[in-house]
Design a protein around this ligand. Structure first.
Ligand code: GLA
Length: 390
């Protein structure tokens, strides 16, 4: 795996190979020392965001580990936009009612501002990562769907959005206002969250209207995964059309785009973005990553090189589609900066997954070349990869 990462840089390839031989010949202590060499980013490769200056900003979802040391070097070199991975979610920012804690998100925002990066806000409303108090009624019991609780919950939503959007009014240019409200398994397409069960679809209107009232210049998005799935996409399309026709202030659709090496197809992405664009909506790719697995059970002990090359070609195909959609996609954000920190190591099971452009040592992978300069990708393997363990 490591060798391939450097395939386009002969000097580094040679030293990597030498290191490999030494590790084989020398006692393990030497190899441990080698492993402890401080991380350093590659200075001599093109910046990802500069490659796309004529298209869209390139973002990364970040946490506090990304804003110091070599991680911050990598971020500054390759990305010109950030999303806070978790620090703007309800549980982090309003852990107790009316008691806001902006410290963690503020640190990330300050870093981004100092480097003139754009900032996406994520997310004002979701059914996960919420504090327990949010869905307790006035007597501290689990909220039941009553008229009284509907008023209470919508008031809490309004208070939350007012406070958070005001706080970041001068910094955040785009908000994921509601996240994952569609569930194609429901006959009406609405996910049965407590938001829905208690307020119907009113929470969606309230969220957009409140955000717009506080930050009329911010771009407001409805964000979801699997937006290329035809059934889900139709529900989402109908909802967006309805919001628009009723004058609810929505600017665009956030396509999370958590993908894998086989799904979704580039054609499906083009079709989907064109569909929403036809409704007058902007589109942003908000949480891009490409898992090396096509299922939720497989697991590699060592990831075969050909899989990383395959991933490189997938990234190439996706970015070719994004380029083709110039003017219809206004941002592309990766869900993380490098493979050492990714949610996919725990989801859907604990396993080694390597979904991003940079490896665990912050070095460029074939995925990087697939995005930046596909002609430098190694030839794809024709045979089926070995090494999968279950
Ligand atoms: C969803 C959310 C993100 C993040 C990812 C993976 O896509 O929108 O905030 O939590 O899941 O963890």
């Amino acid at each position: 795996m490591t060798n391939l990462v450097f395939a386009a840089q002969p000097g580094i390839l040679m030293s990597t190979l030498l290191m490999g031989c030494m590790c084989f010949l020398l006692p393990s202590r030497s190899c441990q020392t080698a492993a402890l060499t401080p991380l350093q980013i590659q200075d001599n490769i093109p910046s990802v965001y500069q490659t796309f200056t004529d298209y869209f900003p390139i973002g990364a979802a970040i946490w506090r580990g990304d804003i110091t040391g070599p991680h911050s070097d990598l971020l500054k070199k390759h990305f010109n936009s950030i999303t806070t991975e978790n620090d703007m979610k309800w549980k982090s920012i309003e852990p107790a009612e009316g008691a806001f804690d902006f410290a963690a998100a503020d640190a990330l925002v300050a870093f981004a501002k100092a480097d003139h990066m754009r900032i996406r806000g994520h997310t004002l409303l979701w059914h996960k990562q919420n504090p327990a108090w949010l869905f307790k009624d006035a007597n501290g019991r689990d909220m039941q769907p009553t008229a009284e609780n509907k008023v209470l919950l919508l008031k809490r939503l309004e208070n939350h959005i007012r406070a958070v959007v005001s706080h970041y009014k001068d910094d955040v240019y785009a908000w994921d206002v509601v996240n994952e409200v569609i569930d194609p398994k429901e006959p009406d397409g609405f996910r049965r969250t407590r938001w829905f069960l208690i307020t119907g679809t009113n929470y969606i209107d309230t969220a957009f209207r409140t955000a717009h009232k506080i930050a009329p210049n911010a771009k407001l998005y409805i964000n979801d995964y699997d937006t290329t799935d035809p059934a889900k996409r139709t529900f989402l399309y109908n909802l967006v059309r309805d919001l628009k026709s009723r004058g609810v202030p929505i600017n665009g659709v956030g396509h999370q785009m958590h993908s894998n090496i086989g799904y979704p197809s580039a054609d499906a992405i083009v079709e989907t973005v064109n569909m929403f664009s036809g409704l007058g909506m902007d589109n942003q790719i908000t949480e891009l990553d490409i898992s090396i697995y096509k299922d939720s059970t497989s697991s590699y002990r060592d990831v075969p090189e050909e899989i990383l090359v395959q991933q490189g070609y997938r990234y190439r195909d996706l970015f070719q589609a994004f380029r083709k959609l110039k003017g219809k996609i206004s941002a592309v954000t990766f869900w993380g900066e490098a493979d050492d920190h990714t949610w996919l190591k725990k989801f859907p099971i604990q396993r080694l997954d390597l979904p991003l452009l940079f490896d665990e040592q912050l070095q460029a992978k074939p995925a990087y070349w697939g995005v930046v300069e596909p002609s430098r990708l190694p030839a794809p393997a024709s045979s089926k990869p070995a090494g999968i363990v279950r």
